[in-house]
Design a protein around this ligand. Structure first.
Ligand SMILES: C[S@@+](CC[C@H](N)C(=O)[O-])C[C@H]1O[C@@H](n2cnc3c(N)ncnc32)[C@H](O)[C@@H]1O
Length: 226
């Protein structure tokens, strides 16, 4: 595909596709680097001492705030929407937060290039809940995906999941029964019954669900084997 073909999609020009460039080595796009994401600079991020990954990082509120509080680590988001990926890097730059990187890519095009034992933790926050039973196979939280992710997480690294969707939370708890690579450190169906949202590092979707008084569930896992 030529660069012009990917800029002019079926629905005309997406202005955020025009803004895709490497933003000083912080934004990596599969149209530029191929599938899987072949950029050597991107892959070198995972050689840093402490690295966290957020899958479906949206417009970056959570990732940027984490990076602001812990600038010694690298914070890598994967986000397939152009606008959200570009806005994340723009906002990080505006905030003077350097250690944020984004792969503008499908998660399946990124996981194959992440080295084994390289991640301290993975966040999966408010992923699409795929509510219809015939779509449950698309849910990212699954025992199969946990087994695929385990090798790239360091020993005792974590996988952290949040959702507003009660049924997805219950499904996730059941999925955990058919794997043994992670143990549950904590889980809760409604974290804000006991916790102050102001003290939480929240994502954009979390703010949205909180504004509608929707319960927020979490599961914190730790890698114990693979
Ligand atoms: C419901 S939003 C949540 C965004 C963010 N985590 C938050 O909590 O505000 C889900 C995000 O995952 C992204 N996403 C969904 N499937 C993806 C995939 N296969 N690869 C990369 N990103 C994906 C979507 O584009 C969207 O931004």
């Amino acid at each position: 595909m030529t660069s012009e073909q990917h800029i002019v999609g079926d629905r005309g020009v997406n202005p955020y596709r025009l803004k895709i460039n490497d933003h000083n080595g912080r934004l990596f796009d599969t149209h530029t680097y191929g599938r899987p994401l072949k950029s050597k600079t991107f892959q070198s991020l995972f050689a840093e001492q402490t690295v966290y990954l957020e899958i479906g990082s949206g417009s970056g509120a959570h990732l940027i705030e984490r990076a602001r509080r812990d600038p010694s680590a690298s914070w890598v988001g994967i986000e397939r929407r152009f606008k959200r990926a570009v806005r994340t890097i723009e906002k990080a730059t505006e905030a003077g937060v350097d250690q944020v990187f984004v792969a503008r890519a499908d998660v399946q095009d990124v996981l194959p290039v992440v080295p084994e034992n390289s991640l301290d933790g993975i966040y999966l926050l408010f992923p699409d809940p795929w509510p219809k039973p015939r779509h449950w196979k698309n849910r990212f939280f699954s025992s199969d995906n946990l087994k695929r992710l385990a090798p790239i997480i360091k020993k005792e690294g974590f996988f952290y999941f949040k959702t507003d969707h009660r049924d997805y939370y219950q499904w996730a708890m059941k999925e955990l029964q058919s794997q043994s690579v992670f143990k549950v450190l904590r889980h809760c169906a409604d974290i804000y019954k006991e916790r102050n949202p102001e003290k939480e590092i929240r994502s954009e979707f979390e703010n949205l669900f909180l504004s509608k008084n929707e319960p927020v569930a979490e599961i914190m896992l730790q890698k114990v084997g693979f």
